[in-house]
Design a protein around this ligand. Structure first.
Ligand code: FMN
Length: 341
């Protein structure tokens, strides 16, 4: 099938819950996902997602939701960071409820408030999880699904391999599981669906898309990266985040120095350090993502090593589905992997 034709729909527990054609979320990405990328993915049959914090204020976020609505009539998602230090969560949640944003994905703190408010307007809530314990908690609170953030993912990666984490969650949960981490091709998607996932959440692959609103150098760095070029750094937010090992990352190192470590651990300074790191990390990332700079701080997961081309986001979704449908295990093994493009 050519990439111009839409592959046939794939119904899973996830697509039935969310109402999209394919079980593919373009994961929310700080400073990367904008209205155009989200709408392109949703229009192609996936679920485009964006973090509300990509906009400087709730008013700007509100305008972004209106813009996505104007660009697509398909479901899309907003990511809300719900921990105590997230200052805008209540106001941004009000916007999500006002516009009946079809899906909200929560990260960090308790999703209780979000679930109550979004369910009241008929929307769905997915929650990022990295452990079974937390997944059970959000299921009990009424979450409509979990995003299982596994080792190798872009952003704040989980610690458990998807080969273990997906079947582990599947044994204990009734709600749909979305696998996230390292997925860029349809045969990988087939593999995690076989393990018990009913959708995938993909970040890094969509940075190397025509629509992603980031500098060309960043997209090229993803195309040129090998899996082993991805390292975890604590320098951005205090907790490990996946980045490409650029000369700048090598220069500044990936660990906190002893004083930073101390301040991050102690009650009296923990919160302030978190906020300071968040602010400094944001400034640094913003620069690296949008303008040419030698201070190259580029977030990406290990899947970067499998990405060879920058493509339109809709084509990425359709290629994934075509690869998914043609994935098979040849006699004698060996996989059905293609180039991913
Ligand atoms: C640059 C970057 C920024 C991200 N920002 C966020 C974010 O703001 N909120 C969130 O829930 N996940 C964030 N993620 C995680 C993605 O939504 C997704 O779960 C992850 O990228 C999946 O792994 P993959 O990159 O290997 O496909 C980010 C990922 C990347 C690469």
């Amino acid at each position: 099938m050519s990439n111009n034709q839409a592959p046939k729909a794939l119904e899973t527990a996830f697509t039935k819950t969310v109402g999209c054609r394919y079980p593919i979320i373009a994961g929310p990405m700080f400073l990367v996902s904008d209205e155009k990328l989200v709408a392109a993915v949703s229009n192609a049959g996936g679920l485009g997602a964006m973090p509300s914090l990509n906009w400087r204020s709730t008013a700007e976020f509100r305008a972004a939701v209106e813009k996505v609505r104007a660009l697509t009539d398909k479901p899309f998602a907003v990511n809300l960071i719900v921990n105590k230090s997230a200052p805008r969560v209540d106001a941004d949640l009000d916007v999500c409820a006002e516009f009946k944003v079809p899906v909200v994905v929560t990260s960090l703190g308790s999703p209780k408030k979000v679930i109550e408010k979004m369910h009241a307007v008929g929307s769905k809530v997915l929650c990022d999880v990295t452990t079974l314990k937390y997944a059970k908690k959000v299921e009990a609170l009424g979450a409509d699904g979990v995003v299982a953030v596994c080792a190798g993912a872009g952003g704040h990666a989980g610690e458990t391999s998807p080969l273990v984490f997906i079947p582990h969650l599947k044994r204990h949960l009734k709600i749909p599981i979305v696998a996230a981490g390292g997925i860029v091709r349809g045969d990988q998607m087939a593999a995690v669906l076989m393990l018990g996932a009913s959708a995938v959440q993909i970040g890094t692959r969509f940075i190397a898309s025509t629509e992603a609103n980031v500098h060309q150098d960043y997209k090229n760095a993803i195309v040129n990266a090998e899996p082993e070029d991805i390292v975890l750094t604590r320098k951005l937010s205090g907790v490990p985040a996946s980045v490409i090992r650029t000369p700048y990352i090598e220069k500044i190192g990936v660990d906190l120095n002893p004083i930073e470590s101390f301040l991050h651990k102690h009650e009296f300074s923990k919160r302030a350090m978190k906020m300071l790191r968040f602010y400094l990390g944001k400034v640094q990332l913003e620069k690296a993502v949008t303008v040419p700079t030698w201070k190259q701080v580029w977030g990406a997961g290990q899947g970067a090593g499998l990405i060879d081309q920058i493509l339109p986001a809709g084509q990425i979704v359709h290629t994934l589905m075509n690869e998914y449908y043609s994935a098979s295990i040849p006699a004698g093994g060996g996989g059905s992997g293609t180039t991913g493009e």
